[in-house]
Design a protein around this ligand. Structure first.
Ligand code: PEP
Ligand code: MN
Length: 291
């Protein structure tokens, strides 16, 4: 049989001797975030607002996503914004709110760290550290979080190849931290009808090449609220170990990314559909009892 070497994963220049390589751990890595395990049978849903805006906003959204079946709360306190004049996040006040609501609602939290100087501070509030797309190739930052003992959510750079993405994860593993989750969040292409082009083929490719869990962000991947459910379902169907979804209690009033945020009802409906897709591909999504 003739094969096309160009499309063979073994031929994209990716060395099988890397720590992130599938060969290093054929059974796959399970990342444990305060007891929530990503990389096993369960498809784990992370949800919450793009940015922490206020106590009321975070609390209401956190309660709704927990009741809908999310297992981890997201929310940015330090926001990487294209314009320096846009809302940059609440900073440490946002971290404090995350710390409080984490306890009240009972969900672990993930939040972005943008700077090596903030790793210690962010780690004192967060259960998992997010490295955003714009920082995927910030090597000092990758090394710094590699030295921390927190799980890391590494988002694919918007211009990064699969190989560059895996090599970025390698920086973290090299420092002794193997609790890394890879997140496909869309890449830049010539297409302008969506915010990014969500590369769902990255999911089976990454899972073939690496033992690290892979999740998908359909919110940044599309930039379109109405398209998020369709791509979220597709992501579970292609084998994602989890999803990270932006949800806001009042999307039309959100300071950041409201146009791509689901409201509470959208989220609850999506979770019921995702459960069915997960079961069809021999995975699980456990939903709380509706009491
Ligand atoms: C985010 O998750 O809020 C975010 C800024 O994502 P990305 O780094 O993928 O753009
Ligand atoms: Mn966002």
């Amino acid at each position: 049989m003739e094969t096309n070497p160009h499309y063979s994963p073994e031929n994209i220049g990716f060395s099988t001797s890397l720590r992130v390589g599938r060969k290093a751990k054929p059974e796959g890595t399970i990342v444990n975030i305060e007891g929530v395990k990503i990389g096993g049978t369960e498809v784990v849903i992370i949800a919450g607002p793009c940015a922490v805006e206020s106590r009321e906003q975070l609390f209401e959204t956190a309660r709704a996503v927990r009741n809908g079946g999310a297992k981890i709360l997201r929310g940015g306190a330090f926001k990487p914004r294209s314009s320096p004049y846009n809302f940059q996040g609440l900073g440490e006040d946002g971290l404090k709110l995350l710390g409080q609501i984490r306890k009240e609602i009972g969900l672990p939290v993930v939040t972005e760290v943008m700077d090596t100087r903030q790793v210690e501070l962010v780690s004192s509030y967060a259960d998992m550290l997010q490295i955003g797309s714009r920082n995927m190739q910030n090597y000092p930052l990758l090394k710094e979080v590699g030295m921390s003992r927190k799980p890391i959510l590494l988002k694919r750079g918007m211009m990064a190849t699969i190989e560059e993405f895996l090599l970025a994860a390698e920086y973290i593993l090299n420092q002794g931290n193997d609790q890394v989750i890879l997140c496909e969040r869309g890449i830049r292409t010539f297409e302008t009808s969506t915010r990014n082009t969500l590369d769902l083929s990255a999911v089976p490719m990454l899972k073939r090449l690496s033992h690290l869990p892979v999740i998908v962000d359909p919110s940044h991947g599309t930039g379109l609220r109405w398209m998020v459910p369709a791509m979220a379902k597709a992501a579970v169907a292609v084998g994602a170990d989890g999803l990270i979804i932006e949800v806001h209690y009042k999307p039309e009033e959100a300071i950041c990314d409201g146009h791509q945020s689901l409201d509470h009802n959208d989220f609850i409906n999506l979770m019921t559909d995702l459960k069915k897709i997960a079961e069809a591909v021999n995975r699980e999504i456990s939903l709380p009892d509706p009491s």
